[in-house]
Design a protein around this ligand. Structure first.
Ligand code: SF4
Ligand code: SF4
Length: 439
């Protein structure tokens, strides 16, 4: 694609990067076929190619984003299916991230929208605030039914519709908190490695059982696990909202904490059980590339970051013979894992080797609609995607659904009675841990 940035514009490293990305696009349109919003809405401007044109126009003209640009960028899930499909290697992720930062900086959203986004940016990355908000939501849940439901799904939902969606996603109860930051879990038998395990923010409140299962599997296989004390939220949620100042501050704090741990106790890897977080941590090196004080250590952190399935695939885990009988598992491939990190086979291989009957879900490239804060901000598109995902999952008649991302798990569980578990919970069960849901 031909671009027309001035030399002065190209002196800005972000614009130079955008120029490189835009020039790689040959506008072939292959990406439209796998874009969930284009598949649903059929509007070219809700396709990757359409959004690329909108971003190009906005950056080249160096104008504040228009309402139309904001609408179509807001509808993008950042699922990155387009990057998997693109034959030219267009890095849509870095382009749309830049567009979101521009929108956040230069576009004045209506007051209620600004307030809502501010609240989400404060609450979601802070486990204490998030826990308190979930408790409040529990009391407000019965009133959700009184809020108006749209007659037809809207791609520009009202504030009340979004509040209704948030209340619907809030769980009826919360589990007891998991292990404290600073805890170290010794390896059983001879120590084969030492890893940090990302504690997450929403996940540690909603499902501490996931990291407990990871700790069980890792220590059982000779890996010492540390929950690093000064670790923060990874910044993914604020990053995807274009609040780059907040996200980079969190990234710097994490780089500092993990490098200090690597320097004292040593770390073979930083393991992540929430693939949405993993994709962003693996991008810290890029996000902080212009920061002289952090660029080097951020690149090291990105190299150390591994999804739990990626790490276990190299570890030769030892399933015990048939603790679970024949269990059919529909494997839901989270976008952040399959498109963001290109990890597609490892989780399925681990499950198969552990004795589960693993079924691929039809249209597995399409997002379930969770996508960070997307199901809160765009509930109608998110619900349509979820229902499509549920129909595809139902077609393989599973006993359980496995995924590697808490956001997807919550989204899918909201529409099915089939148990939705994390892949690591099944691996824990297969290697001597409890059956998921029994503890
Ligand atoms: S597939 Fe790639 S090159 Fe083709 S239009 Fe989409 S982003 Fe551009
Ligand atoms: S990230 Fe997903 S929703 Fe956004 S343009 Fe690409 S395929 Fe479409």
């Amino acid at each position: 694609m031909k671009t027309e940035f001035s030399l002065a514009q190209l002196a800005d490293p972000d614009i130079a990067e955008a120029d490189k990305i835009l020039r790689a696009c040959v506008h072939c349109g292959f990406c439209t076929a796998t874009c969930p919003t284009y598949v649903l809405l059929g509007d070219e401007l809700d396709s990757p190619r359409g959004r690329i044109y909108l971003i190009k126009e906005m950056l080249e003209k160096d104008r504040p984003p228009t309402q139309a640009v904001v609408k179509h960028i807001d509808r993008c899930l950042s699922c990155l299916a387009c990057m998997t499909t693109c034959p030219s290697g267009v890095n849509y992720m870095h382009l749309v991230d830049q567009a979101r930062v521009r929108i956040e900086r230069d576009y004045r959203r209506p007051l209620t929208e600004r307030l809502l986004r501010w609240v989400l940016a404060q609450v979601l990355p802070d486990p204490k605030l998030f826990r308190a908000s979930m408790r409040l939501a529990r009391f407000a849940r019965p009133f959700a039914a009184l809020l108006p439901a749209p007659k037809t799904p809207s791609a520009t939902p009202s504030l009340l519709r979004r509040i209704k969606a948030m209340l619907a996603l809030a769980p009826a109860g919360l589990p007891a908190p998991g292990p404290l930051a600073g805890s170290v879990f010794a390896a059983q038998g001879q120590r084969r490695g030492r890893v940090a395990l990302l504690q997450g923010c929403a996940q540690q409140v909603l499902a501490p059982r996931i990291n407990q299962a990871a700790i069980n599997v890792l220590t059982r296989h000779g890996i010492e696990v540390v929950l690093v004390k000064d670790e923060q939220c990874c910044g993914a949620l604020t990053h995807h909202m274009g609040r780059d100042g907040d996200a980079l501050q969190l990234a710097r704090a994490n780089v500092t904490a993990w490098m200090a741990e690597a320097g004292s106790g040593g770390l073979d890897a930083i393991l992540v059980t929430t693939s949405g977080c993993g994709t962003v941590i693996k991008d810290y090196g890029y996000m902080l590339r212009e920061d002289r004080d952090f660029a080097g250590s951020a690149a090291k952190v990105s190299a150390l970051a591994k999804d739990i399935s990626e790490y276990l695939a190299r570890l030769e885990i030892a399933p015990q013979a048939g603790p679970h009988g024949e269990v059919v598992v529909a494997y839901h491939s989270a976008c952040s894992l399959q498109h963001g990190q290109k990890i597609t086979q490892a989780p399925k291989d681990l499950l198969s080797k552990s004795g589960f009957v693993v079924k691929d879900v039809p249209e597995s490239h399409l997002c379930c609609g969770s996508a960070g804060t997307y199901n809160l901000l765009q509930p109608d598109i998110a619900t349509r995607l979820r229902d499509r995902k549920l129909a595809n999952i139902a077609s393989v008649k599973p006993d359980m659904i496995a995924a590697g991302n808490i956001g997807c798990m919550m989204q899918i569980a909201g529409g099915t009675s089939v148990p939705v578990v994390h892949t690591i919970e099944l691996l824990d069960w297969a290697t001597g841990g409890p059956r998921p849901g029994s503890n």
